[in-house]
Unconditional design. Structure first.
Length: 254
């Protein structure tokens, strides 16, 4: 399995509009963070997790040539506003792209992108097949397990793809979901900042505590804000936990 972190930043990106706080970060390209998304290549399949506002740029950088499936974590615009840029992939596929998400998320997508669906579908717009994610499903011989978590008061989904688990915008992980994560070889988990505590996101210390509780052998933190400096942060983290960065590639044995 090949995993590419397309983006690793918060909803505002890093640096934020106007470049505010840019001068506070060291001059390190890993501190340039687009909105969170990931690309999984496994067993001949190309699977996206989320498609945010920079998806077009991310796809060009990563040289994504086809999209077989899209897994959506939740309906916030930093995770779905790139749906329109999937149109070329549905053209190439000559079929709708299967999109797996929660029922609530699907309803939101239909409402916000109403021009893509129904009798009034705008000619040439992205073709999507919205599918409510069950407790587990298969993309041919790839097992995908949705991971229910909470983002403040919002119920959202992480995903386990074989032995890789990806969870963004997390505040609380229920015990049943922790059991689904256990045994993962690699986990990506959101961690907004060092401090103070946030009402809808884990901090870095909180994320580290969960990863250590689950005994994850290799982990990467995502969804960091502009107060998180890449290398100084890595130096403070346990050896098996690192900040992810945009366009970083992992190879995980199948």
């Amino acid at each position: 399995m090949k995993v590419t972190f397309l983006g690793t930043g918060t909803s505002m990106g890093v640096p934020v509009a106007g470049g505010f706080r840019r001068e506070k970060l060291t001059h390190d390209p890993r501190n340039e963070r687009t909105r969170c998304a990931a690309w999984i290549q496994s067993k001949g399949k190309s699977i996206l997790i989320d498609a945010g506002p920079e998806f077009r740029i991310q796809s060009i950088r990563a040289k994504i040539q086809n999209v077989d499936h899209l897994l959506v974590t939740h309906q916030h615009m930093d995770h779905i506003s790139g749906l329109d840029d999937l149109r070329v992939y549905s053209y190439l596929k000559k079929a709708p792209i299967p999109v797996h998400a929660s029922k609530q998320c699907i309803e939101s997508i239909r409402k916000r992108f109403d021009y893509m669906f129904g009798e009034d579908k705008y000619p040439g717009s992205t073709s999507l097949d919205l599918i409510e994610a069950p407790e587990e499903f298969w993309v041919e011989n790839i097992k995908i397990t949705p991971l229910p978590v909470t983002h403040g008061d919002l119920d959202i989904l992480g995903y386990r793809i074989d032995d890789f688990s990806y969870l963004t915008d997390v505040k609380h992980i229920p015990e049943k979901t922790k059991e689904k994560i256990r045994g993962s070889r690699v986990v990506a988990l959101s961690a907004l900042r060092w401090e103070p505590e946030h009402p809808t996101h884990l901090t870095i210390p909180q994320a580290v505590e969960i990863l250590e509780e689950l005994d994850i052998p290799e982990a990467y933190l995502i969804h960091m804000n502009s107060y998180v400096d890449h290398e100084p942060t890595n130096q403070r983290l346990p050896e098996n936990i690192n900040l992810a960065y945009d366009q970083q590639v992992l190879h995980i044995e199948d």
